[in-house]
Design a protein around this ligand. Structure first.
Ligand code: KIV
Length: 285
């Protein structure tokens, strides 16, 4: 069954946890769908995980559309949410709406996600009015890494925790259907989850959110540049891939691959005529 905003909201009402994962390509999207994931996030973390940048700041609209289209093609059941990249929604209402629209029309996303609080409420309202489902993102917002001064836990103090609660309420009132809470204390994420009717999705925010999201490459142990405390390795896919590729290299080098079972035969007469044309005579037995 294809997940929609309505089916996900029902999961929250029924107390059923929502599983979200980031994916950036068709093959991974298909595997995630086969595994039964509810939501796929085409996160701008693709800048680091897929493109090798040191942060998400250099990711462009074109990058997001390219990866979003690929994921959407492989996503039969999971709802696809695509990140609006750095500065694509901060330079004016019109440009923000146009960019959000492109992620749906060209990137085939079913919703967009943007990082920020109450200051985005009017924009969120406009997007929702245009028929664009929106996910908010509070707490550690990686696009602001240069002002936050690094990737660390947010809203530990009373004032910043209150601000986050107010941001959550403002975004909810503006119409977001879900909120990602990244790297915030677990009790605060629980308070937000109790205070809003929209879905909360945690990452480094403890177990009390309505759902969880992790970067696919993190939970599969494929990306080792950064390993935040909130990540669990559910499979050692990095090791499996490295070992597989190393075996392939060894077999190519020792001549044991490809074998006859991987090769295509040719009619002996045809081969003989070709050899005669080339003056090579009959093949050796
Ligand atoms: O870009 C991303 O992967 C994200 C998740 C960390 C929530 O925004």
């Amino acid at each position: 069954m294809k997940q929609t905003v309505a089916t996900l909201q029902k999961k929250k009402r029924d107390g059923e946890k929502i599983a979200m994962i980031t994916a950036y390509d068709y093959t991974m999207a298909r595997l995630c769908n086969e595994a039964g994931v509810d939501m796929i996030l085409v996160g701008d973390s693709l800048g680091m995980v897929m493109l090798g940048y040191e942060d998400t700041v250099s990711v462009t609209m074109e990058d997001m559309i390219h990866h979003s289209r690929a994921v959407a093609r492989g996503s039969a059941s999971a709802l696809v949410v695509t990140d609006m990249p750095f500065m694509s929604y901060r330079t004016g209402r019109e440009e923000a709406l146009r960019n959000a629209g492109r992620l749906l029309a060209e990137g085939r996303a079913q919703a967009v996600k943007l990082e920020g609080g109450a200051e985005l409420a009017d924009l969120v309202r406009d997007m929702v009015c245009c028929g664009i489902p929106v996910v908010g993102h509070l707490g550690l917002t990686p696009q602001s890494v240069n002002t936050l001064g690094g990737y660390r836990v947010q809203a530990r103090e009373e004032a910043s925790a209150l601000r986050l609660l107010e941001d959550a309420r403002a975004l909810e009132a503006a119409g977001v259907f879900a909120l990602v809470l990244e790297c915030v204390p677990s009790p605060l994420a629980a308070l937000v989850t109790q205070s809003v009717s929209c879905i909360t999705i945690g990452i480094g925010a403890g177990p009390h959110c309505d759902g969880q999201v992790l970067v696919g490459q993190d939970l599969l142990a494929m990306y080792s540049n950064l390993c935040p405390r909130f990540v669990r390795h559910f499979a050692e896919a990095g090791t499996v891939i490295r070992d597989g590729v190393a075996k392939y290299c060894a077999c190519v080098r020792d001549g044991s691959f490809p074998g006859t079972e991987h090769s295509f035969a040719m009619d002996a007469e045809v081969l003989l005529r070709l050899r005669q044309r080339l003056g090579l005579g009959e093949p050796r037995p």
